[in-house]
Design a protein around this ligand. Sequence first.
Ligand code: URA
Length: 233
Amino acid sequence: MRIDKFLANMGVGTRTEVKQLLKSGSVFINEQKEKSPKKQIDPNNDIIKINNEIIQYIDKVYLMLNKPKGYISATADNQHQTVIELVKSYQFLEIFPVGRLDKDTEGLLLITNDGAFNHELMSPTKHVSKTYEVISEKNITNNDINSFKMGIELNEGLAMPATLVKSDEPYKSFVTIYEGRYHQVKRMFHAIDNEVLALKRVSIGELKLDESLGPGEYRHLTQQDFKQLGLNL
Ligand code: URA
């Protein structure tokens, strides 16, 4: 990889800024001053320093975001704020959200730049479970629980069986679905003559939203988190 690309990808600056930095003589490759932006490096083995500070190589990134309401799950948009704008320090790695939460939905959203990771969790054939906390207009009944278990009829066909669990708090329930159709939870509630008033994703597979993250905050996934997702990375 070219040194200028490496430095730009690691967020040191734009390609132009990085070229200027090289020209100024502040960049060192294995303790040797390097001025050429074309110099090839091995990011896994070479030690790159700027004014004595090592620039760590980050290739893939995996983040857990507590998505706040009001942000859309996209990388760029002319009208709305996107979830990627909340993760400014990693934007240079071409990150994207793993699946989508509606603008008014909050909670657990994974962010990565790894297409294979995205595929493992989002592929319709994998049926990774997702659990949502729901505040609904009406309290749910045993009949509703049974309807979800049987599979709710949606416009485009029968949804897979889902688990609906009543909470002790009025109007609150937890629903676990195994697919990811457009507005799925809202449409399932609508189909049983109820409406979702607030929606928060609380888990994906066995991975739970880290409740120490405030809305808009994020952290890196840990090895334990990968295990909970059933992935070996
Ligand atoms: N189901 C919905 O209706 N909305 C979401 O954001 C996620 C699941």
